[in-house]
Design a protein around this ligand. Structure first.
Ligand SMILES: [Zn+2]
Length: 499
């Protein structure tokens, strides 16, 4: 009885403490007043009201007009404006520099350093206050990111789990690929193609998942990809390996994500009971000649929707390739605000367009290349997304920035462009909003802290001039971003304002 009373008192204490403003009034309180509050748990009753931020958290949400300003609060008028939770991009690769291959990144230039310094701010510039990095290859970049004075919250999947010599470790020279992917999965059938010193027992699914867990990861990322172009016969894992990864991820409380962009790969992932498919399905294999969505694919999509498997369309992967054939892309007005001047000059130079030659090695005219992407993979992924939307699938917002060594996937901007692409594919504004807030928060189990505007959650908030339920342009009408309660004006996040 006594013990119960003590527990009761202890649990009541914080409530009493909050109720007594004289005792707890912190140095800084912010009252965002008369603002339209748009939060995913309350989309049927969007109201004008006020939000109190205290100690980096949301302390109070009043969904009505005319509430008295709390004592000592700095008032921010939200009149005519819209307040949303900070956006979550659950598919980024922070260490990869857009437009550069591994070798170019390997020789860190002043340009690269400046890019990394701006990186967290470029995400915030577009309202992204939370990111998930799916494949850590360079811990220092993530450490620097987390140590930056102002940065989005960052979660990661630790080192990813490619199948030995498979995608994407195949992009690196045989001598270094094992070093960059220490969580690769050992394949006894390839023993002669795995350098000495890597023991099978250290690279089992169980050992690799344990290593992700030890490094602080929240998710496990693996791959099913036969490859493309010159490397189209890469080794892939079998269902037995995926089953072991699945089991180990569950035991460690980690979210299981698979890189899968083909019908075959997504079927493999669904059969293996993954939590998240990290791409849209733009490769239909033998079914690619169909202009309508084939019945076999529909059947698989029905399962994806019914089982609420997280789905990241990442349409910008395709647009990122198209950017090299679109003369307008590098003219996008926001780009000079997001990347260093020298880097933009390099993108515009013949040297900086090296990747274009890889995409188009026989000199096909730009317009024909664009048409090919538009009528092929882009058309297919849009059909898939529209079908899944109709079936109420669990869309997760993820950009895969950058998805390839392409300058077509720039931090922050790529999120905005992905939203435009999702809209174009037929996703409603409400679905896009939910995908980038609550859906991501729930799937990555951070919804007790993030994803809505509710008391107790972290004060990661974005103030907009337009409503995201009216137009996708709203996501480019940011006035202020709050990062753990600290207000930052959008323009101060542009590269030339950095100091
Ligand atoms: Zn990726």
């Amino acid at each position: 009885m006594k013990r119960f009373a003590l527990v009761f008192l202890a649990s009541l204490w914080p409530v009493l403490a909050v109720a007594d403003p004289a005792q707890t009034e912190p140095a800084s309180r912010t009252w965002i007043a008369d603002v339209t509050i748009i939060s995913p748990e309350n989309l049927n009753h969007v109201e004008t009201g006020s939000v109190l931020i205290e100690g980096g958290r949301i302390a109070r949400v009043e969904r009505k007009a005319g509430t008295k300003t709390p004592a000592g609060a700095v008032v921010v008028s939200g009149k005519g404006l819209f307040l949303i939770p900070g956006l979550i991009d659950s598919h980024v690769h922070l260490a990869s520099i857009p437009g550069m291959n591994f070798d170019q990144m390997g020789s860190p230039s002043k340009m690269a350093q400046e890019y990394y310094r701006q990186l967290p701010r470029s995400y915030l510039y577009y309202g992204y206050t939370t990111l998930v990095d799916l494949a850590v290859v360079d811990h220092q970049v993530l450490t620097d990111f987390r140590n930056a004075p102002l940065h989005p919250d960052l979660y990661d999947c630790g080192g990813s789990l490619p199948f030995a010599n498979g995608y994407p470790m195949s992009f690196l020279p045989a001598a270094t690929r094992f070093k960059f992917f220490p969580n690769f999965i050992y394949d006894p059938a390839q023993a002669s193609a795995i350098p000495a010193g890597y023991e099978p027992e250290d690279h089992t699914p169980e050992a690799d998942v344990a290593s992700v867990k030890r490094s602080g990861g929240v998710c496990v990322k693996t791959y099913f990809e036969h490859g493309f172009g010159r490397d189209r016969n890469l080794p892939v894992m079998g269902p037995d390996v995926l089953a072991r990864i699945r089991k180990a991820a569950t035991q460690n409380g980690l979210v299981l994500m698979i890189h899968a962009n083909s019908f075959e790969a997504q079927k493999f992932g669904v059969n293996g009971n993954v939590d998240v498919l990290a791409h849209g399905m733009w490769n239909w294999g033998d079914l690619e000649r169909n202009t309508e969505l084939p019945a076999d694919i529909k059947q698989l999509l029905d399962q994806i929707a019914a089982r609420k498997i997280g789905y990241q369309p990442t349409i910008q992967v395709m647009q990122g390739l198209a950017a090299y054939f679109d003369p307008q892309y590098l003219e996008t007005p926001a780009i000079p605000k997001l990347v260093p001047k020298e880097m933009l000059e390099w993108f515009n130079s013949p040297d900086g367009k090296w990747f274009k030659k890889e995409l188009d090695d026989d000199g096909t005219p730009d317009a024909a290349m664009l048409r090919g992407i538009e009528q092929g993979p882009l058309r297919r992924v849009r059909q898939v997304v529209a079908y899944l939307a109709d079936k109420d699938a669990d869309f997760l917002f993820g950009t895969d920035t950058p998805s390839a060594p392409t300058y077509g996937n720039l931090p922050g901007l790529n999120g905005y462009l992905e939203m435009e692409q999702l809209r174009k594919a037929g996703l409603s504004l409400e679905r896009i909003f939910r995908a980038a807030t609550i859906n991501n928060a729930q799937k990555f189990r951070i919804d007790s802290e993030l994803g809505t505007i509710e008391p107790g959650k972290v004060a990661n908030l974005v103030l907009l001039k337009q409503s995201p339920l009216k137009t996708v342009d709203a996501y480019d009408s940011i006035v202020t971003v709050w990062v753990h309660g600290k207000p930052v004006s959008r323009e101060s996040l542009a590269i030339h304002s950095a100091k």
